[in-house]
Design a protein around this ligand. Structure first.
Ligand SMILES: C[S@@+](CC[C@H](N)C(=O)[O-])C[C@H]1O[C@@H](n2cnc3c(N)ncnc32)[C@H](O)[C@@H]1O
Length: 354
């Protein structure tokens, strides 16, 4: 966290608007890029073993001591490191959030967003001008195995946290389940573990399924979860959607598409349901519930901008997605909040045609 503003500073910047609030954002951007750079250089991993002097760190990381010291001093101002006579040690913004351990979930998030904002957001202006992302996100990812691993690892971490609440919100049985864009397969595994008769098919791009393969093996579910590599924009690859399923998951995939694409995917998912089958759409909707905290609401705006800039998608309101489900012939639509932190909610709809 770059700045702890004292009450008088807050009054000047926020309440009285006597100083530009954008200056705080400028410092925030510097802090974010400095922290991401330090992470890539291995600074936080190296400091996890104990305090080090700049000379020791520079030798260990094979970087120039002078600029490293400037980086460390900047990080000290941003709360990522502490400095005393023994050298530099992890600060509260790094420990426990970027150190290896049970509360390190922010590490892949910082790594991914550092690359997204540093590279793909350079096309933001063009994307807003033309309405098209300069380079499609998933093609960019499939060319970068390391970034793809970071992305799927970040999603897997989030899914591990959310899956119990998702499964608890939707009572079984789940029968034959299709997980569209299910990559890491954690949600499919959670549904299989919750109800013994469940079998799942996970369709995703080939690289994304590497994470899923590891998870399925680890969970001992290879006999019940089938991974199908394919690009859903290629008709021949989407044959897995032609079967009749009891449950179809569209989890965090709708927001990656433009409105026509998103409506089309919801319709395609509806056609893949047998009568009585359920469609589950997990999304952070752009109209989050009242009481959503300020930092979450602001993040959702930035996330939607990221989707527009990199994928041609955006966050949708619950009513937009419900409208597409209704147009696809689904009924009994419900909005289910999750008993978990974060902004994801579930839309549940039923195939009522016989
Ligand atoms: C934001 S991730 C969501 C992953 C998972 N469903 C979850 O909720 O954690 C979107 C997923 O859709 C997959 N995807 C994107 N475009 C695709 C395409 N054209 N064909 C198949 N899968 C695609 C991505 O590889 C990725 O795994």
């Amino acid at each position: 966290m770059p700045l702890y503003l004292d009450p008088e500073e807050l009054r000047i910047f926020r309440d009285l608007n006597q100083a530009p609030g954008g200056f705080i954002d400028l410092v925030g951007a510097m802090a974010f890029r400095a922290a991401g750079t330090a992470q890539r250089l291995g600074v936080f991993d190296a400091l996890a073993a104990g305090a080090r002097t700049p000379a020791e760190l520079a030798t260990k990381l094979d970087v120039a001591e002078g600029p490293l010291t400037v980086l460390l001093d900047a990080l000290a101002g941003f709360g990522y490191v502490l400095c005393d006579d023994d050298g530099y040690a992890p600060g509260p913004a790094a420990d426990p959030w970027l150190a290896n351990g049970p509360r390190d979930w922010f590490a892949p998030t910082l790594a991914l967003w550092h690359e997204l904002i540093g590279e793909l957001w350079t096309g933001l202006e063009e994307a807003v001008r033309t309405g098209r992302p300069p380079e499609p996100y998933y093609a960019w990812l499939e060319r970068r195995p390391g970034t793809l691993r970071t992305f799927q690892g970040m999603l897997a971490g989030m899914a591990r946290g959310l899956a119990p609440a998702v499964v608890a919100a939707v009572p079984g049985p789940y029968g034959k389940l299709l997980d569209v864009g299910g990559g890491h397969a954690i949600y499919s595994a959670a549904f299989c573990e919750a109800a013994p008769g469940t079998t799942a098919t996970v369709v995703d791009l080939p690289g994304a399924l590497d994470e899923g393969r590891a998870r399925v093996e680890e969970a001992g579910l290879a006999g019940r979860i089938t991974l199908v590599p394919g690009d859903l924009t290629v008709p021949a690859d989407s044959a897995a959607l032609d079967s009749a399923y009891d449950t179809v998951l569209l989890f965090n995939v709708v927001h990656g598409l433009d409105p026509d694409g998103a409506a089309g995917l919801v319709a395609r998912a509806a056609r893949a349901l047998r009568p009585g089958g359920r469609l589950l759409v997990l999304e952070p909707y752009s109209d989050p519930p009242a009481g959503t905290q300020g930092h979450t609401a602001a993040f959702l705006g930035g996330f939607s901008l990221n989707l527009a800039a990199t994928q041609g998608g955006r966050l949708y309101t619950f009513a937009e997605v419900a409208g597409w489900a209704e147009a696809a012939g689904l009924g009994g639509i419900e909005r289910l909040p999750l008993d978990a932190p974060g902004s994801d909610e579930l839309l549940v709809a039923r195939q009522e045609t016989v």
